[in-house]
Design a protein around this ligand. Sequence first.
Ligand code: GUN
Length: 281
Amino acid sequence: MAKIIDGKVVSSKIRQDLKEEVCKLKEKSISVTLAVIIVGNDPASRTYVNNKKKACSEIGIISEEYAFDENVKETELLNLIYNLNRRNDVTGILVQLPLPKHLSEKKIIESIDPKKDVDAFSEINVGKIMIGNYNFLPCTPAGIMELLTFEEIDVSGKHCVVVGRSNIVGKPMAMLMLHKNATVTICHSKTKNLKDICKTADIIVSAVGKEKFITKDMVSPGTIVIDVGMNRDKNGKLCGDVDFENVEPIASYITPVPGGVGPMTIAMLMKNTVNASTLQQ
Ligand code: GUN
């Protein structure tokens, strides 16, 4: 039986600390504002944005939503970001991804002032993460590191297998673990012998986006299993990448979906937004 790593408990502690920090900033007449840009009607994006706004309001961060029709012109978004960059009262700017195909995600993300790029998606911030000298933490990987720290799991010297090589999760996850002296293997859709590699892992982080992708036969007894997946099963129920029911009995620790990594991503976004205000003083 694995110990369940409870992201709700850990994230609520972080949010509580941030609430106190925001209160102290207010005493110094410093307010924290997050501008959230959403394009189109993707229901998942809508849920994420609502959750981010809710977290802001709990902590005392002002959130401003800019919602656009899916046919919005790129110049309109670029103009908005230009103005948000110039506003001293706007601390952080976030563009919810994915964007419709006619918009260049790269151009739009790069137009955000790196000091306000609280997702840490811009090239400058990604480069800083690579070097280990960062202003902003990549939210999901940083949230996972917080969960491991909370459980007093030291990654140093451990074999960490990251499944998935996205710019948002897989690559920065590997970097953060490497900075903490883990031995890291990144696996992806072209990896041969995925099962054999996973079996040698002390820690598996799965960020694939496929239901029941990590099965029992891929996991050695005692492995720590971190599930970043956010999928819907055939009944529309939220589930991760890991076949939880069959993997949980052999893992030593495991994150559930929902209630594992998800709440941590938002908590780290809030942390970046509060830190951005210090960076901009
Ligand atoms: N889409 C999926 N995950 C994320 C995220 O962490 N930030 C943004 N901006 N968009 C996303």
